[in-house]
Design a protein around this ligand. Structure first.
Ligand code: DX5
Ligand code: ZN
Length: 214
């Protein structure tokens, strides 16, 4: 079953509670929570206080850390309600240790790869993560167009997991909509982050049903 994680980056922040309720009633499985530091990515976004409030809204929170030194914030996000914590392979100098710290903090551990990062960097941490996040745009902003070269990477990651007999989640993030999702799901993605398409949909429930059925 495909899991859907609407990205709060695309929500109307003045009416965040209403937006979250709309996504929950439409059938979202997670809330995707983008954390940006202005260094790893050019933009700034949300922090732990907001995570804690969002985590009280009835859906598990999928925290995507687009920050340098992500190990510094694992315990704080775990304490503030994260269910999944994903760090970038490009930002976590000691990725193996970082993934184990996330699990020890009681969360599912994710590794994210920028569009230009090879899937090979997962090979030596296979078994140490619960989720691989294949970025399908350069992280930092919502509403961008999917980088189509990343579709093959989704397939490569799924193949690597299958060959190792592992069933980690393969999540995709960036430019996911009803036009781009079919190829991503065919390639092996089973968790779809969707920001502008989900929050921009007139009928979010119909959108999610269609997305799940691609
Ligand atoms: C991008 C973020 C994404 C973003 C997705 O840096 O990691 O989660 O919000 O937004 P859309 O679906 O609009 O591309
Ligand atoms: Zn994200």
């Amino acid at each position: 079953m495909i899991k859907i994680a609407p990205s709060l980056l695309a929500a109307d922040l003045l009416h965040l509670g209403d937006g979250i309720r709309r996504m929950r009633e439409a059938g979202a499985d997670y809330l995707h929570f983008d954390v940006m530091d202005g260094t790893f990515v050019p933009n700034l976004s949300f922090g732990t206080d907001m995570c804690r409030q969002v985590a009280g809204c009835g859906l598990p929170v999928d925290v995507h850390l687009m920050i340098v030194n992500p190990e510094k914030y694992i315990d704080a996000f775990a304490k503030d309600g994260a269910r999944i914590i994903t760090v970038h392979a490009e930002a976590a100098t000691h990725l193996h240790r970082c993934l184990h710290e996330i699990r020890e903090a009681g969360c599912l551990a994710g590794v994210a790869l920028n569009p230009a990062t090879s899937p090979e960097c997962l090979r030596y941490v296979l078994g140490d993560f619960d989720l691989a996040l294949v970025m399908t745009v350069n992280p930092g902003y919502g509403g961008q167009k999917l980088v189509s070269a990343c579709i093959d990477k989704v397939a490569a990651v799924r193949r690597m997991l299958d060959e190792a007999g592992l069933d980690a989640i393969v999540e995709v993030d960036g430019g996911v909509n009803l036009q781009t999702a079919p190829a991503l799901v065919r390639a092996g993605a089973d968790m779809l982050v969707t920001g502008s398409a989900a929050f921009g949909a007139k009928d979010a429930k119909a959108f999610m049903e269609a997305l799940r059925g691609v």
